[in-house]
Write a new protein. Structure first.
Lengths: 297, 963
């Protein structure tokens, strides 16, 4: 006897917004008629917070208090106990997406210490001696478009040995001048990060220029907090000794799931930064950091 | 049965002839012939045997100038067509989807056939850029997932695994293949291509992407730099495959519910397909390294069609700009070439990005001479000129895309930009290569100026001149400048030091020289080539180029007297010292000669030269030469011999044949052809003398006969010998050389026993019997006019022939011998007539020699009786089971023979005829229709005067049905 349970959402991209209806069908395929004690669907939105190992020691007491925050939760019985006929049965369903109480539905985000995830789960209870069946399916939640507070303005930068901080021996540094701009640091999450970079001159050949996208996650509250920056992705924009004086495009697509609009709540924060990393042939590593503000428009 | 007495029927050929005409019957009697049995009674094999009989005056020539097969196959045989097809993009040969894309675009007439497709460049690049150094492939393919999952458990498992697999490319197990030879490397890449397809086929999309990423990563590695262009070709093949797979898959996702039209827009694409497509792009956007990200995105360029209308355009522009980030100029220029190529395939109307690519290339041009390049070259020990040529294919391609149907103004602007750059030889070369030949041709003088200004140490100048020459061989520069162009160019070419470089360049300019100048200039060029190529036997390494020089000259010099009057032409040929090449060249010359020589010639220059060339071809024949090769050589030589004519100077012609025989003794078809030529010569003499030979001409034709007589025995093919003996005998007879004719015929009879029972025809063993019968029948018909030798007995040739036939070891169960006997009866009957059916002018046949002497007639009758006796004996032995059918056929033939040639007033013959009829009908194997028609014929004959006796025969002949 083989039974399969499947959830098919109506939207191919599985993206929904708060206030919308999550609709789809439940597909049960079975070879023979099937006895069951009810099929139910449950929807859940959770924020999982976790502390990095280096923080654990310091905030051990605090650690226990970090428990998942429930954003949305609802349950309904789709089919009453009874029998499902042999073959394919499709049961349409619909859920309103409403936050619990005064909470807001945050955008789906998969990070290291912060995870915001929405799942739809289907359970079929079955009589004794048969295993209950269940199936879950994640869907994406995008928050409502926000009005950008500031009009996007280009950010110019110019990197020379003099502008660098954290340098041990400034004298050993080779001379270079790298100029450029980012078109904006307040970015629409659906649009790529763009800009230009020109290696005006450099004494030592350049090995590589990279864009490093970094997430900064903060968990905690008034008593204390843990803040950790980790890399999401690293995109090389120049390889080898590039032509001096010729502008090189800066271009990076924000990955889905791993980025979300910059988020600040009472319990946690998710922020993003970009580093322009220049590796010289003598293995000098030059980094220029730009905090980003991501918005959904 | 008792022995029969033969009496030939008296024939009055004249009146029979008249009778036939009066009748105007359907039967064609115009070629009536005494040895031709009445066809209605003829059995199959004999009818076959008749065909060969010819009159004594004909001399057929055996081979024609160009046999219909080879002329039909002229350059377009199906195989070479097929091969050609694989080179053109219009035929679905290559599986790459890029190709398909291009095909589709062609339909929209955006890229026409005049655009040289990438597929034709491919092979050229692969064969040109090779290396003997060891190569390595570095693959960081992740092994199967066994890594601990990340701290957070909330991430959807599927998404995470995928991402980790992608990450894994950097961290996973590293597979490094070192010390690969070039061929191993190519095989490896092909393996990867296969595993890509397999992975895709088994739905392992992530693995497929990984393979593609790893492959494109190899393109950022420039170790063993000489091989880079070939590596580019190999790896972009994989990318093309991948692009095609992804595109096709998304397209099939859209096919539900009905397939998309050819020119769909993004709105018509369903959400699932769009989502899949987006997924691909997101995945690619997260590839860490620049070069793979660039290549993979370019490979998927076409998929942008699914997402947005102007997606392709935007992506092209973005990728074009992205290439600026590649520091290594060689890697960058090939990336540009790939982008242009994909761009041309997917959206040929987007010229902007092509131009942008070119201008970016100019902007970063100085990188080529930058420090890091110099360091790298030093490390790999590669010379600058060689390094620069590595750029050529890519820049050629970019320029070709840019220049394709570009307005003149744009081309001029491009050229000006190139001019402004220092060290621009590389660009100049590509400009000449890629821009329209007409464009280059009209500015040829300018180009020469620019080439001269180029730096000596950089790009090799001979290559520049080669490119220029290439353009000039397709388009004509202004007439007034041509000579100065040639002079200027040749001044440089002649100074090129390496013989290899020299010949590559000179070969191209030969075309231009031949096109516009006379033999004087061509001769000078040839002289120069000889001068360069002779020292140190440099020509040995340059046969293909030298051969191509010859092939370029030939089409322009159809007049061979002009060609051979070029002093340096033959010395040039002498440079081909490798046998196979030499023969190839000779063959191509002979082919052109045969095709274009209209009239026969006696020009000693041509004859000497061609004789020399033909001798070369002939001398290449050895025991190992294939039959086909021999045939084609013989064909060419025969073609030459046919074109030689000394007009009325027959003796000269004969002596030419003597010389030719000595020269071409190893090629049998040529010898046969020579014999035919000489026979024809004898007949021509006869025609000129109107049949009355003078002493001198008589001596001459005897000389011809002697030529044939001593030549024929050298042939190995027995039937060639037989037929030629017969033919030469006929010719000798026609020319009143009785003793010679006698000798020929005697020789023919004497070699009859040598005829093997089976001969090989086209590699298969066949019975020689049909050929043998055919020959004997032919021979018999000639014997009618051959007078008996005064010193030999009556009919000694006929007897001799029949004796040979009797002694010959025939195949078991064969009626051939008896059939010969039956065929001989009509001859003997014809011989006993008072005046013969045909005679040869000025040759007295037996009719005049014997004048119908009764002794002679009796002799003939006796012979006939013996023959009939033999036939009847044979019929008796056939009385048993299987022989019955054959018995019936033979009996009917003999009956027919008796009816036509025997005197049936004689009772015994009459009775024999009736018996034979009955025998042939006894078992019901006779064709009733034939029998009926025979009866009708007899009845018809019976009404004629002197034939009334036939009427009572008809009463005795009854038709028997099979039942």
């Amino acid at each position: 006897m083989s039974v399969s349970l499947d959830i098919r959402l109506k939207r191919a991209n599985k993206v929904y917004h708060e206030g919308e209806r999550l609709s789809g069908v439940l597909v049960i395929s079975t070879r023979d008629a099937l006895q069951h004690q009810g099929v139910s669907l449950s929807l859940e939105g959770l924020v999982n917070l976790q502390l990095s190992s280096k923080s654990v020691g310091v905030f051990e007491a605090f650690y226990n208090s970090v428990k998942p925050i429930q954003l949305v939760s609802s349950n309904m019985e789709v089919v009453k106990p009874g029998k499902v006929p042999a073959g394919r049965t499709e049961i349409p369903f619909e859920f309103p997406l409403q936050a619990k109480g005064s909470k807001v539905l945050y955008e789906t985000y998969h990070g290291v210490f912060v995870n915001i995830q929405y799942t739809l789960r289907c359970d079929m209870r079955r009589p004794l001696l048969a295993k209950d069946l269940s199936k879950s399916c994640e869907f994406m939640l995008h928050c409502q478009p926000q009005k950008p507070k500031l009009p996007p303005s280009p950010v110019e930068f110019s990197i020379t040995p003099e502008t660098l901080q954290n340098v041990k021996e400034r004298t050993s540094l080779p001379k270079f001048l790298i100029k450029g701009h980012l078109d904006a640091t307040s970015c629409a999450i659906t649009r790529p990060l763009t800009g230009e970079l020109v290696v005006e001159r450099s004494e030592v050949a350049i090995k590589s220029i990279e864009l490093q996208l970094v997430r900064v996650e903060t968990c905690g509250c008034a008593e204390g907090y843990a803040r950790d920056a980790t890399e999401i992705q690293n995109i090389q924009i120049a390889e080898g000794d590039v032509c001096h004086g010729l502008s090189i495009p800066i271009y990076m697509v924000f990955p889905r799931l791993f980025t979300c609009p910059t988020l600040e709540t009472t319990n946690f924060k998710v922020e993003f930064e970009v580093n322009i990393v220049i590796v010289l042939h003598d293995d000098h590593l030059i980094t220029e950091n730009f905090p980003l503000k991501l918005v959904r428009v | 049965m008792a022995s029969v007495q033969w009496h030939s029927r008296g024939r009055k050929y004249e009146s029979e002839w008249q009778g036939c005409h009066l009748e105007g019957s359907a039967v064609e009697f115009s070629d009536y012939h005494p040895l031709k049995a009445i066809t209605v009674t003829d059995s199959k094999s004999r009818r076959g045997g008749r065909k060969g009989s010819t009159s004594s005056t004909s001399s057929s020539s055996s081979s024609v100038a160009l046999d219909p097969l080879s002329s039909m196959l002229d350059g377009t045989d199906p195989l070479s067509l097929f091969a050609a097809a694989s080179e053109t993009p219009t035929l679905p040969h290559s599986i790459s989807a890029g190709e398909l894309g291009r095909k589709r675009q062609e339909k929209e007439e955006e890229v026409g056939l005049d655009f040289e497709p990438w597929s034709s460049k491919r092979g050229e690049i692969l064969s040109r850029f090779t290396t003997t150094e060891k190569l390595s492939i570095n693959l960081f393919m992740g092994s199967d997932k066994s890594k601990a999952s990340s701290p957070s458990s909330a991430v959807s498992e599927k998404v995470r695994t995928r991402l980790e697999e992608l990450d894994d490319l950097e961290e996973g197990s590293q597979r490094e293949l070192l010390n690969l030879s070039q061929q191993e490397y190519v095989n490896r890449i092909e393996e990867l291509n296969q595993s890509l397809k397999e992975a895709w086929g088994s739905d392992q999309k992530v693995k497929a992407l990984k393979i593609v990423i790893q492959c494109s990563k190899l393109l950022s590695d420039t170790s063993v730099i000489q091989f880079y262009p070939s590596k580019f070709v190999l790896i972009t093949d994989i990318l093309d495959t991948f692009g095609g797979l992804v595109y096709d898959r998304i397209l099939t996702m859209c096919a539900d519910p009905h397939p998309l039209p050819e020119s769909f827009s993004a709105d018509e694409v369903n959400d699932t397909a769009k989502e899949t497509c987006l997924n691909w792009f997101f995945k690619i956007a997260s590839i860490r390294e620049l070069v793979p990200r660039l290549y993979v995105e370019a490979a998927l360029l076409k998929c942008n069609r699914f997402l947005a209308k102007c997606g392709i355009q935007e992506t092209l522009q973005r990728l074009t700009a992205m290439i600026r980030g590649i520091g290594d100029p060689l890697v960058a220029v090939y990336a540009r070439a790939y982008l242009c190529r994909v761009g041309m395939e997917v959206a040929p109307h987007l010229k902007d990005s092509l131009n942008k690519n070119f201008f970016d290339l100019l902007a970063s041009f100085r990188q080529i001479h930058g420090e890091s390049v110099q360091n790298q070259l030093g490390l790999q020990r590669v010379e600058i000129p060689i390094y620069l040529t590595l750029y050529s294919p890519a820049i050629h391609w970019i320029l070709q895309c840019v220049a394709y149907r570009a307005p003149e103004v744009l081309l001029t602007e491009m050229m000006d930009r190139c001019k402004k750059l220092g060290n621009n030889a590389l660009l100049l070369n590509s400009v000449m290569w890629a821009f329209r030949a007409e464009f280059v041709a009209t500015r040829a003088t300018d180009f020469i100026g620019m080439i001269k200004d180029c730096d000596e140490a950089g790009f090799p100048k001979h290559l520049l001149f080669a490119s220029l020459g290439r353009s000039l061989s397709c388009a004509d520069p202004p007439e007034s400048e041509r000579l100065s162009i040639l002079n200027e160019a040749w001044k440089v070419i002649t100074k090129v030091r390496g013989p290899r470089d020299y010949i590559n360049c000179a070969e191209i300019w030969v075309e231009f020289t031949c096109r516009h100048f006379t033999k004087r200039e061509v001769n000078t060029v040839l002289a120069d080539i000889i001068k360069h190529m002779t020292p140190d036997r440099a020509f040995e390494d340059a046969y293909p180029q030298l051969q191509s020089v010859i092939n370029k000259i030939l089409p322009y010099f159809h007049d061979f007297s002009v060609l051979f009057s070029m002093e340096k032409f033959l010395p040039f040929l002498d440079m081909f010292q490798k046998d196979s090449v030499r023969v190839e060249v000779c063959k191509s010359i002979m082919e052109v000669f045969i095709r274009h020589q209209q009239e026969a010639t006696r020009d000693p220059v041509i004859l000497n030269a061609l004789l020399h060339i033909c001798k070369t071809m002939h001398d290449s024949v050895n025991a190992l030469t294939l039959d086909d090769e021999k045939r084609s050589l013989a064909l060419l030589i025969n073609g030459f011999i046919r074109m030689v004519s000394f007009g009325r100077d027959f003796e000269q012609q004969l002596s030419f044949c003597v010389e030719a025989r000595a020269t071409f003794c190893n090629l049998e078809p040529v010898i046969i052809h020579l014999i035919h030529t000489v026979n024809q010569l004898a007949m021509e003499t006869r025609r000129v003398m109107k049949g009355n030979h003078s002493r001198k001409t008589a001596a001459f034709v005897r000389a011809c006969a002697a030529y044939s007589f001593i030549t024929i025995p050298s042939l190995t093919s027995i039937f060639s010998r037989l037929n030629l003996y017969l033919l030469s005998g006929q010719v000798a007879l026609a020319n009143q050389c009785l003793s010679q004719a006698d000798a020929f015929l005697k020789a023919a009879v004497s070699i009859l026993p040598e005829v093997p029972r089976t001969i090989s025809i086209e590699g298969k063993q066949r019975s020689s019997e049909p050929f043998f019968l055919e020959f004997i029948n032919n021979f018999l018909s000639t014997l009618l006019v051959v007078p008996d030798h005064p010193e030999q007995g009556v009919l000694y040739l006929v007897r001799g022939l029949l004796n040979m036939v009797q002694d010959y070891t025939w195949e078991d169960n064969s009626d051939a011998k008896v059939r010969v006997y039956i065929s001989a009866l009509p001859l003997l009957a014809a011989m006993s007539q008072e005046s013969y059916l045909y005679t040869i002018p000025k040759v007295d046949s037996n009719e005049t020699l014997y004048g119908g002497d009764p002794k002679f007639i009796a002799e003939i009758n006796k012979l006939c009786e013996t023959l009939i006796g033999q036939v009847l004996d044979h019929l008796k032995t056939l009385g048993r089971d299987e022989g019955v059918r054959r018995q019936c056929g033979l009996a009917f033939s003999l009956f027919g023979c008796l009816l036509a040639h025997g005197d049936l007033r004689n009772n015994k013959l009459n009775q024999l005829a009736v018996n034979l009829w009955n025998l042939s009908h006894k078992h019901g194997f006779c064709e009733t229709r034939t029998s009926v028609r025979t009866l009708e014929y007899i009845k018809h004959q019976a009404q004629l005067a002197d034939m009334s006796h036939l009427s009572d025969i008809t009463t005795r002949l009854s038709l028997q049905s099979r039942a």
